[in-house]
Design a protein. Sequence first.
Length: 134
Amino acid sequence: LPTLHVSTKKNLWAMVKQGRLYLCLSKPASRLDPAAAHESMRVTRTEEGCKFEPRPGRGQDIADGMEKSSWCAEVLREAPATSYSLHFAVYADSFEAFVRLRDLFQSKGYSYNWFPLSEAEPLVLVSADRVEDQ
């Protein structure tokens, strides 16, 4: 089991679907800002939060070799492992691709989290300022 610990790191969200990596935001940010959605994603505001959907034909093909990918270089440059944790929404069709990504980023010192999504389930993120104590 993973080690649980308190972290002050910022979150960087990504989706792994159809063997492709989709970054949620174009630049690492401490707050969820739909206006800063990455070009590979379509964002819709809903009552629950921001719904992220991959744009057809976009995203980085993981089989192309992520180590040399401009997207991975962007993440490594803009979001250092000392300041950011990676969070992956993983669809069943891309679990093996996720494992390759996980291994790459883990070798660079990143902490990560992942969760599975069913094919029909969207990725909906809620900004921290919308979360209320219950």
